[in-house]
Design a protein around this ligand. Structure first.
Ligand SMILES: NC(=O)c1ccc[n+]([C@@H]2O[C@H](COP(=O)([O-])OP(=O)(O)OC[C@H]3O[C@@H](n4cnc5c(N)ncnc54)[C@H](O)[C@@H]3O)[C@@H](O)[C@H]2O)c1
Length: 663
């Protein structure tokens, strides 16, 4: 429970909350906080995944069985009516909105549609279904209009609404409807009017993240007009706590300002960002044309919410520093946002930027949702039934209660794949089929046509069939398409990244895999490439297990490599499918481990008498046909998405040696 501990015996206790706009900035913080602090609450997150939202914002929730994400638009009455009944919602926290004032000077119809009509749809659905016990409507300080610079008295909640720009006008319009549904139909509404919020997860069209990203690139910070406009800024975690208090203690029919008395001019904000980045503010700040209308100030009376027990905790310096640290650590969170960093970004420049969410996307085709939990609605079609990874995947699905079927078709036979898709009607396809060679990749050197048929023609055909049927293909590929080079020296800790071009074609196997990876980039909308390396599993009796292999060799080379512990990473591949991850991923545990380090562990955990001999690469080349690749892959992209991912050493200990320990 959060430090304010607002949920007490006398407070409101929601059961199942619908949070609209949950993949946006503020709502994602509120959702993450509620899931963490209230394990009994169930949350359905609804978002249309507009340009300014990201499923990454909800990463902390995704493994919770109480969390479900639905991609959908609040303006769709059928969806909203259905949702309230089917999900048995008793509480709504309504954040979804077009929220960027600059855009409202351009395409204001979108603002009316989303902010007013969308709210109306929600209210009407509540009226019809009659099950809602709390409707928390999220509005803004901007509905009060401009505050005099001279006054010390903030707007109390009873003030008149005098919006000045199209955004705030639509927010005020929505409030009027909320008020009317409360009065006419007794809908239990509570409205919030908040000051500006800042912190991690915010789309960089907004002032603070924009300044931070520009400062990170050493670019100029644009100030609208003369920069004297004053705003009050609250840190996102404090705001999430305010919603916690309002949800549990807010009084029906009331309005609550969420405000701070600490104000800052836009110029001060720019100067503080310059200071944090040690930039000369006189050289860095530049002045651009003002907005068509730019309110001088929004000053709120914040007493009413304080009386409920809420308090702002984060100082400006602390909050700005935390925000800067977050953007510095996550520079690619929003992909390519160069157009949002313009002094006056407009929606028309941004509408395609959903393509920039290179890692996570939701499909709008035959399936519009991803969920977690047993009722996930997932159905996997898996190729590679008789293979190691394919077999493990099936077992994992069984354990997790995920419906799946193995494909009957041959990868190179298009019709057979289409028949499988029609028969199974999957939500996702996993490709763990292909030839790797038995007993090892040397087989491919003498079976080139067979290798091409399965690994090239087959994989590409399956990707194409998936594209035709709007399905995501999770493709188990290999990281053995790189070898240490001058820029990525052995022991340097600099690994190959997802975007690096393969540099190892020493074996025919690797050559075909590198070619396919290149061609699959043309299918980037529906293929997720997982570069597996030297797979390891808990089953030491399996001859394909890298540890089993090297423990049985007469002699081994001793080179550090990136490796994949399947017991840890295969469940992650299922998570990635649920979240519709796409593009290329180094699918290894972070770090490298050498053959000798593994064999030392083998000796310590399994057999104190175990001995082995090393030989060098030259000697090794005499007993193998094709050269082998040795490399380090940079696993930071995966680690970023799955922070709990263990280093290769820790993972091997946890999943292989501890469970098999004999000494
Ligand atoms: N950011 C601030 O400083 C601030 C201050 C006061 C009030 N507010 C209000 O708080 C709320 C959230 O603001 P934010 O800054 O997090 O905004 P945001 O732009 O980051 O998030 C808005 C979210 O709503 C979603 N959305 C928009 N239209 C939708 C629709 N028709 N159906 C489903 N989803 C839709 C978007 O995809 C996005 O994820 C808004 O209502 C805003 O007016 C924001």
């Amino acid at each position: 429970m959060s430090s304010g501990s607002p949920a007490s015996a006398s407070s409101y206790a929601p059961r199942k909350i619908l949070i609209t706009g949950a993949a946006g900035f503020i709502a994602s913080h509120v959702t993450n906080m509620l899931i963490k602090n209230y394990p009994d609450y169930k949350i359905v997150a609804l978002d249309k995944l507009d340009y300014c939202s990201s499923l990454r914002n909800l990463i902390p929730c995704r493994s919770s069985p109480n969390f479900k994400f639905l991609k959908g638009d609040i303006t769709c009455a059928d969806l909203v009516n259905y949702l309230l009944v089917a999900e048995d919602i008793d509480t709504i926290m309504h954040f979804a909105a077009q929220s960027h004032v600059d855009n409202s000077f351009g395409n204001s119809f979108e603002f009316t549609n989303n902010n007013i009509y969308g709210t109306h749809v929600l209210l009407e659905a509540c009226k019809v279904t009659q099950k809602i016990k709390r409707f928390i409507h999220v509005s803004t300080d901007e509905v009060y209009g401009e505050t005099d610079l001279e006054t010390d008295i903030g707007n109390p909640e009873a003030s008149q609404l005098l919006p000045t720009n199209p955004y705030s006008a639509t927010k005020a319009g929505a409030e009027m409807l909320v008020m009317a549904y409360h009065r006419s139909y007794g809908l239990p509404t509570i409205t919030t009017r908040g000051n500006n919020v800042y912190g991690p997860n915010q789309f960089p069209e907004k002032l603070i993240p924009k300044f931070i990203l520009l400062a990170m690139k050493g670019e100029k910070l644009p100030i609208h007009g003369n920069g004297s406009n004053v705003r009050s800024y609250l840190y996102c975690e404090d705001v999430a706590e305010a919603f916690d208090v309002i949800l549990h203690k807010g009084v029906i029919g009331h309005v609550y300002n969420i405000g701070t008395q600490k104000e800052r001019s836009v110029l001060d904000v720019a100067a503080d960002v310059c200071k944090l980045f040690r930039l000369n503010s006189e050289e860095t700040i530049h002045y651009v044309q003002d907005r068509p209308f730019n309110d001088q100030r929004y000053f709120l009376d914040d007493q009413k919410l304080k009386k409920l027990g809420w308090q702002e905790k984060t100082t400006w310096d602390e909050g700005l520093k935390k925000t800067m640290d977050w953007y510095t650590k996550n520079p690619h969170w929003w992909g390519d946002v160069s157009s949002a960093l313009n002094p006056h970004p407009s929606i028309s420049m941004l509408t395609d930027s959903t393509d920039n969410y290179d890692t996570l996307f939701m499909k709008c085709g035959n399936r519009t949702e991803t969920q977690t939990g047993a009722d996930s609605g997932l159905k996997f079609l898996i190729y590679g039934r008789s293979g190691w990874i394919g077999g493990l995947l099936g077992k994992l699905c069984k354990d997790k209660g995920i419906v799946f079927e193995y494909g009957n078709g041959r990868l190179e036979d298009r019709n057979s794949l289409v028949n499988d898709v029609k028969r199974v009607r999957p939500t996702h396809v996993f490709n763990a089929a292909g030839v790797t060679g038995r007993p090892n990749v040397d087989w491919c050197e003498s079976h080139k046509a067979e290798t091409i048929r399965a690994n090239v023609v087959g994989t590409l055909t399956l990707a194409d069939v998936c594209k035709e049927h709007n399905l995501l293909m999770m493709n188990f590929a290999t990281g053995c398409i790189f070898e240490y080079d001058k820029e990525h020296r052995q022991g340097s800790g600099i690994g190959f990244k997802e975007e690096d071009t393969p540099n190892f074609i020493g074996s025919f196997y690797s050559k075909t895999k590198a070619m396919v990876e290149e061609l699959l980039k043309e299918y980037d909308q529906n293929v997720c490439t997982l570069r597996v390396r030297m797979p390891i599993s808990t089953d030491l009796s399996n001859p394909r297990n890298f540890i089993t292999k090297i423990s049985r060799y007469n002699k081994v080379v001793n080179i550090p490599n990136s490796m994949t512990v399947l017991d840890e990473l295969l469940p992650i591949s299922i998570e990635m499918a649920k979240w519709n991850c796409r593009g290329i991923w180094n699918f290894t545990n972070p770090g490298v481990i050498s053959h000798n380090e593994i064999l030392e562990m083998y000796r310590d955990y399994m057999d104190p008498e175990f001995k082995w001999e090393n030989f060098n690469l030259e000697e090794q080349s005499k007993v193998i046909v094709a050269p082998r690749s040795n490399n380090e892959l940079d696993a930071s992209k995966l680690k970023n998405e799955f922070p709990e991912l263990l280093s290769i050493r820790d993972s091997i200990i946890k999943y292989v040696f501890e469970p098999n320990k004999k000494t």
